[in-house]
Design a protein around this ligand. Structure first.
Ligand code: XMP
Length: 599
């Protein structure tokens, strides 16, 4: 690459948490270059940056071992904006004092601006409400700085040294709860005047990089059907030419109805013919026969996938010795180790960063054309490259596919009567003999689902309220559902269930109805994800289906999405018409206390 990637960009120095990604993606949405670098990046490497933003972070700047930046960044002549922890670090590094605040501020807080010449607050009202979240404060300003905003309990809610272009803000301008937050960020970016960022420009820039990186080698890529790998594969084809790229799509038998066909058609329209589709469904069903435990299922799906991939690539002769390298659809948030996760225990290893892949990366055997992009940018790029809109704007779908949505059980999960002893509820209800995963406090739970019944078969606000209060108050339930197929409780009949062609087909049929109906009323883009789950129980001889529409931004938390009544009724009726399904439920639970998927 000719210039460092952060040349003339706004660099976010990351002190931890998710703040850094929020800020960088917002600046890109303004149309300017922005990248994240570790908090301790040397000032030397930052002299060509257009501006520097110091992110928030969870620690205290005066604590031993807390993340520190290079103080020389304050003398580069590059504008610097410190936010929350970044504000406090700037104050301390420039000779001021940070100490525990007498009154800690959390949540909406009124602030008053105190000077007229602060370019960041120009033309804003003198008083407005912002989002505070801090236990420390800047108690003594550094020399050369003046206070630019105060709240009732925090004198130095914002500060600046205008001559040196240094600004500090205690509140979180990057969250939507802060009034004028985006305007303040935009004003700082305008002061920096970074280079522009656009997908058209990016596509040609990344094309040159990929060509250089690959040289005269060839690239083998696993295409999962997900947005990222589909876009990456298309880009590689367009940049390197069809002869030098080969893709492999493994049909696991756990994909959605016509999913493989849809991908094939999209590539056909782009004249991309080098995608090999390996139908390994039978092999997956065989490996999963008699397996009921959720994590075991995931493990088997993952291992079978790797085995098939290896066999096919061997069969096709795609060897490193013969000049093949691996392509991956890794995106920006997965490549940046944020300050918050750097020292924390590994919660999960991203599958694109397992040891074998890390080793191959060190040897220069992996090319990742999307590694600088956020998800929405990958989607824009996909459209730029000519992929159909429905494909690139698809709702997220888990790697193990329908495998995690077929609840498997050999026998019913009996309900512990002792645990139910104190549970009372005035509404008609049934405890379902199935368990699902939830998340409460720091840990995962594995508990029963409670089904409510109502004469209209549509949920009310009171039902949604119970979906929060019941799992919070009881140790028995992680989810609350409303039955949309029956008005009065029935005795659930357990059906032993495992992953096999029949159960996958049953779920596929229900899932296809949901997908069709949601698109038909133009709600597809408003629902973040819509898992459809098959339960090992029904009202007679069949299985049940659970509808789980949610709203979310990042899957960390989610709210149950409220479907229009007519849509809910139509979906329920059509699903009930599937041979083998005799009950339908709607999951009303938020995350937490439930997770998005049932296992
Ligand atoms: P939960 O159920 O934990 O899901 O609230 C959060 C998000 O992660 C997706 N998910 C997975 N994705 N492999 C994946 O690639 C998995 O094993 C897996 N499990 C959950 C889920 O669909 C949701 O978007």
């Amino acid at each position: 690459m000719a210039a460092a990637p952060h040349y003339k960009s706004v660099v976010i120095l990351d002190f931890g948490g998710q703040y850094a990604h929020l800020i960088a993606s917002r600046i890109r949405r303004f149309g300017f270059k922005s990248f994240i670098l570790p908090a301790d990046t040397k000032a030397d490497l930052l002299k060509d940056a257009a501006g520097i933003i110091l992110s928030g972070g969870p620690q205290s700047v005066y604590e031993k071992g807390s993340p520190q930046a290079d103080p020389a960044i304050l003398s580069l002549g590059v504008p610097v904006l410190g936010l929350c922890y970044g504000h406090q670090w700037m104050a301390q590094a420039a000779g001021g004092t940070v100490s525990p605040a007498k009154v800690k501020e959390y949540g909406p807080t009124a602030i008053r601006t105190t000077v007229a010449n602060n370019p960041l607050f120009k033309d804003l009202p003198k008083e407005f409400t912002v989002w505070m979240s801090h236990g420390d404060e800047v108690s003594v300003l550094p020399p050369g700085f003046e206070t630019t905003a105060s709240s009732k309990d925090c004198t130095n809610a914002a500060m600046m040294d205008l001559k040196r272009g240094l600004f500090g803000i205690q509140f979180h301008i990057e969250v939507t709860h802060s009034e004028h937050g985006m305007e303040i960020l935009r004003r700082f970016v305008d002061i920096c005047s970074p280079e522009q960022w656009s997908m058209e420009g990016y596509a040609s820039h990344v094309g040159d990089d990929v060509k250089k990186e690959v040289g005269d080698r060839k690239v083998f890529m696993l295409v999962s059907g997900g947005v990222d790998s589909t876009v990456a594969f298309t880009l590689l084809n367009q940049v390197l030419g069809h002869e030098r790229v080969t893709g492999l799509l493994v049909d696991t038998g756990l994909m959605r109805k016509d999913e493989v066909l849809g991908i094939e058609r999209a590539f056909e329209a782009l004249k991309i013919k080098n995608l090999h589709i390996e139908n390994a469904s039978e092999r997956f069903y065989k490996a999963l026969k008699g397996v009921y435990e959720p994590e075991k299922k995931r493990e088997i799906i993952g291992n079978t996938f790797l085995a098939v991939q290896k066999e096919v690539s061997d069969r096709m002769g795609l060897r490193i010795e013969d000049g093949w390298m691996l392509g991956q659809g890794t995106i920006y948030p997965d490549t940046i180790e944020t300050g918050g996760t750097k020292h924390a225990d590994k919660i999960k290893t991203h599958h694109n960063r397992v040891e074998l892949i890390q080793r191959m990366m060190e040897e220069g055997l992996v090319v990742e054309p999307l590694k600088e992009l956020y998800k929405d940018e990958v989607r824009q790029l996909g459209e730029e490259l000519g992929l159909p809109r429905e494909l690139v704007w698809r709702q997220p779908f888990p790697g193990p596919g329908l495998g995690v949505r077929i609840l498997c059980a050999e026998s019913p999960h009996p309900v512990d009567a002792a645990l139910l002893k104190d549970f009372t509820l005035d509404l008609p209800h049934t405890v379902l003999p199935v368990k699902s995963v939830g998340v409460q406090g720091d840990g995962r739970t594995y508990r029963h689902a409670l089904a409510l019944f109502a004469s209209h078969k549509v949920p009310t606000d009171a039902h949604y309220a119970l979906a929060t209060s019941i799992p919070n108050a009881s140790r028995v339930f992680s989810r609350v559902l409303l039955c949309t197929s029956h008005t009065t409780p029935f005795d659930p009949v357990f059906v032993p269930t495992m992953i096999e062609k029949d159960t996958a087909d049953l779920l596929r049929a229900a899932d296809a109805i949901v997908d069709h109906e949601v698109r038909a009323v133009n709600l597809y883009d408003r629902i973040w994800q819509f898992p459809v789950v098959l339960l090992p129980m029904g009202a007679g001889k069949g299985h049940s289906i659970v509808l789980r529409p949610i709203e979310s931004t990042d899957a960390m938390t989610a709210a149950a999405f409220r479907l229009p009544e007519a849509l809910l009724k139509r979906m329920t009726d059509k699903i009930l018409a599937i041979d083998g399904i005799d009950a339908v439920f709607l999951d009303l639970t938020n995350k937490p206390p439930a997770t998005i998927e049932w296992e």
